[in-house]
Design a binder for this molecule. Structure first.
Ligand SMILES: Nc1ncnc2c1ncn2[C@@H]1O[C@H](COP(=O)(O)OP(=O)(O)OP(=O)(O)O)[C@@H](O)[C@H]1O
Length: 229
């Protein structure tokens, strides 16, 4: 599903590689935590999957896309197969909950009758039925993140990338969001989550890929955040 082969990334303005000879494979339906200290290369890893950056060396494959080599014209199709959730939610403030989710489908040209059908379904899945007509400012942080997850998932992506999705949430709300990501993972969607949250990683016991100075220094099938540290 996802494969990096000897991937290095050196940004133009930097001497040290952000990623340094990374080879890793993630299968369909896996739930993977990407951990490591600030600056270890997690965001760079995720940006390469989305073709927001291209590697300096190596190959990146997502599903049947040869991501680094594909033409610019095909990039939107790659991005349609990857849903993204961020720490800061990134909702459109002038649109309601339902409109935020619907917008993700409108921009990829889905017909109106499909949108009218699937938006309520996904809002129910994330536990937001009844809040469809609220604006983001009228929601709690946890509810806003649920909208962001609904928006990322409504097109049933193959992969869901979550970059610090619980970074702005309290521990209880974070647990609720993790339950939701687990539920989405159970539908067969591969979930890759970058996080600094020790307790979440320790409680979930999923695959842990740890980066340090751009290298993969650990890859545990059912890992915890820190081993002997
Ligand atoms: N656009 C860029 N231009 C130059 N250097 C960059 C750029 N983006 C990241 N870097 C550098 O690449 C390295 C890896 O950064 P990256 O953002 O991937 O780390 P991270 O693990 O996601 O960190 P954090 O946990 O703080 O988000 C760092 O040294 C960073 O300064």
């Amino acid at each position: 599903m996802i494969r990096l082969e000897h991937v290095s990334k050196v940004y133009k303005t930097s001497t040290r590689p952000a990623l340094d000879d990374v080879s890793v494979e993630m299968d369909k339906g896996e739930f993977v935590f990407l951990i490591g200290p600030s600056g270890s290369g997690k965001s760079t890893f995720l940006r390469l999957l989305l073709r927001e950056e291209v590697p300096t060396r190596g190959r990146v494959y997502v599903s049947n896309f040869d991501v680094a080599k594909m033409s610019r014209r095909r990039v939107p199709r790659l991005r349609q197969s990857i849903g993204c959730v961020f720490q800061d939610f990134r909702l459109l403030p002038s649109k309601t909950v339902a409109e935020n989710v619907a917008f993700a489908l409108e921009v990829i040209g889905k017909p109106k009758n499909t949108i009218v059908k699937v938006v309520p379904e996904v809002l129910q899945l994330v536990g937001l039925d009844g809040k469809a007509d609220r604006f983001p400012t009228e929601l709690s942080g946890g509810e806003q993140q649920r909208v962001a997850i609904a928006r990322a998932f409504v097109n049933r992506p193959l992969v869901l990338i979550a970059d610090e999705p619980t970074g702005n949430l309290d521990p209880d709300t974070s647990q609720d969001i993790m339950l939701l990501l687990e539920r989405i993972n159970r539908t067969g969607t591969t979930v890759i989550m970058a996080t600094h949250d020790h307790s979440i990683v320790d409680s979930m016991r999923r695959r842990v890929v740890e980066l340090s100075f751009g290298k993969v220094v650990r890859d545990d099938a059912r890992g915890v955040y820190g081993v002997g540290r």
